[in-house]
Design a binder for this molecule. Structure first.
Ligand SMILES: Nc1ncnc2c1ncn2[C@@H]1O[C@H](COP(=O)(O)OP(=O)(O)OP(=O)(O)O)[C@@H](O)[C@H]1O
Length: 429
């Protein structure tokens, strides 16, 4: 079944930002009656967290609806906002796989400590790879994670920089405190200051209550600044001051608040180049790259591909896909590919292949990717001609699955409609 979906009832507005990038769907509802209506309307939740101080007597019928739903949801009752806040910061650090172990360990009225301990994921969970390149990275993490040093993660998109950051957090003394990821590229320039540093009530139009901001939400924990190279110059200056003074000044406030955070920053750009071009502050660059870890691209650790594929297949099974294995021939083909999108692209290829495979075993006929990136084809029993025929077959299967709907087929194949049209012409389909 593997529904990665959580319902949260009650709680203070503004406390939920921590789970904004959590790798599962989170739905927030203020009112227990509304929540019960959603369950009656057949919305499926894997876990419901109910704040008792906000729900009153309506909690009983709601619990009944959740427990009687098909499949039944796990229910966790928390007393008030403080407990909810603690659980949310902890959820933000989980992966979809963790959710299963978490819910397995959750009784309707859990003892908090017991639940927390049994749900704690292992340090390197989600960081799959036994190649010499990955082993080097893991050894480095073991050495530097406990020191609390600021770390800069460099690597191409999709190489697993966020996975590495979570592993560092878990291996540190801060592991039971929040891990707050911030995608600097995804927050618009106008709100980034208040998102990061918080704001006072009335600081600007629409600021009807004060907020903590992500930096203070990460107090005693780890702040993961993804795509740091995209941070606007004025925010770079304010971040630098925060790091130097270990204090935050929210927008519209005159006072400053001390914070104790570990920073892990990540970028797929060459930051040193950015400094040279005047796009990134040199002082902040030196502050951030006390230690740099390079996330190796997948093509440089192709020996990890079979392990990662198995991991992805397990994850897909947890999401509700039927169990599949992968043929040796398909693995050989995957190992010959250049993976410009790294592990993220491999996940997409495996997801598509799983959807297109009717039997138990994923084979080469359902693997589709840009053949321009094939490597060393002569080293395996695959040649560019067979690659084209596999691609053609994958397109035909996708069109069959979508009853000829080209847009849906393009989505299934993970390519644009324009690319699909070009391929249809090329292969005379
Ligand atoms: N070593 C790994 N083992 C298993 N899965 C991985 C590994 N590395 C990355 N992934 C998976 O690949 C996907 C991309 O990882 P992640 O978001 O950490 O990459 P990233 O380098 O931060 O990408 P970007 O630069 O685009 O933000 C995620 O779904 C992650 O779970």
């Amino acid at each position: 079944m593997g529904i990665s979906s959580i319902l949260i009832i009650g709680g203070k507005p503004g406390t939920f930002r921590q789970t904004a990038r959590a790798p599962f769907k989170v739905t927030y509802v203020d009112d227990a009656g509304d929540a019960a209506a959603m369950v009656r309307d057949d919305e499926i939740f894997q876990l419901a967290i109910i704040t008792l101080s906000k729900t009153g007597p309506a909690v009983l019928p709601l619990c009944n609806s959740l427990l009687e739903a098909t499949p039944p949801a796990k229910v966790m009752l928390v007393a008030g906002d403080d407990e909810l806040q603690e659980i949310l910061s902890w959820l933000a650090g989980l992966t979809p796989g963790d959710i299963n172990s978490f819910t397995r360990s959750t009784a309707p009225l859990p003892e908090k400590e017991k639940t927390v301990t049994s749900a704690l994921p292992s340090r390197f969970e989600g960081l799959i790879g036994e190649s010499p390149e990955m082993k080097k990275v893991k050894t480095l993490i073991e050495k530097i994670a406990p020191t609390g040093t600021t770390i800069l993660l460099q690597g191409e998109s999709g190489t697993g920089k966020e996975v590495l950051a979570r592993a560092i957090h878990r291996s540190s003394a801060r592991s039971d405190r929040p891990f707050i990821p911030v995608d600097c590229a995804a927050i618009s320039g106008t709100i980034i200051e208040s998102e990061l540093f918080g704001h006072a009530k009335g600081a600007f139009t629409g600021a009807d209550r004060s907020t903590l901001g992500m930096i203070r939400s990460a107090d005693k924990g780890t702040l993961f600044l993804d795509e740091i190279g995209e941070l606007p110059m004025n925010m770079q200056a304010k971040l630098l001051r925060t790091l130097q003074e270990r204090a935050v000044k929210p927008v519209g406030e005159s006072r400053i608040y001390p914070v104790d955070i570990r920073i892990i920053a990540a970028t797929n750009r060459n930051l040193a180049e950015g400094v040279k071009n005047g796009e990134f502050r040199e002082d902040l660059y030196y502050r951030l790259n006390a230690i740099t870890i390079y996330a190796p691209p997948l093509r440089e650790r192709a020996s990890d591909i079979p392990l990662i594929c198995r991991h992805i297949l397990n994850r897909l099974e947890n999401e509700g896909f039927t169990q599949k294995t992968i043929s040796e021939r398909a693995l050989t083909m995957l190992s010959a590919y250049g993976w410009p999108g790294n592990v993220r692209e491999l996940e997409n290829v495996m997801r598509r292949a799983t959807m297109l495979t009717n039997g138990d075993t994923i084979d080469t006929d359902v693997l589709s990717f840009e053949s321009g990136h094939m490597l060393a084809l002569e080293a395996c029993d695959v040649n560019p001609g067979s690659m084209a025929s596999h691609e053609k077959e994958a397109i035909q299967k996708a069109l069959q699955k979508t009853s000829g709907n080209r847009r849906a087929a393009a989505d299934l194949l993970g390519i644009s409609e324009a690319t699909l049209y070009r391929r249809l012409k090329t292969y005379s389909i």
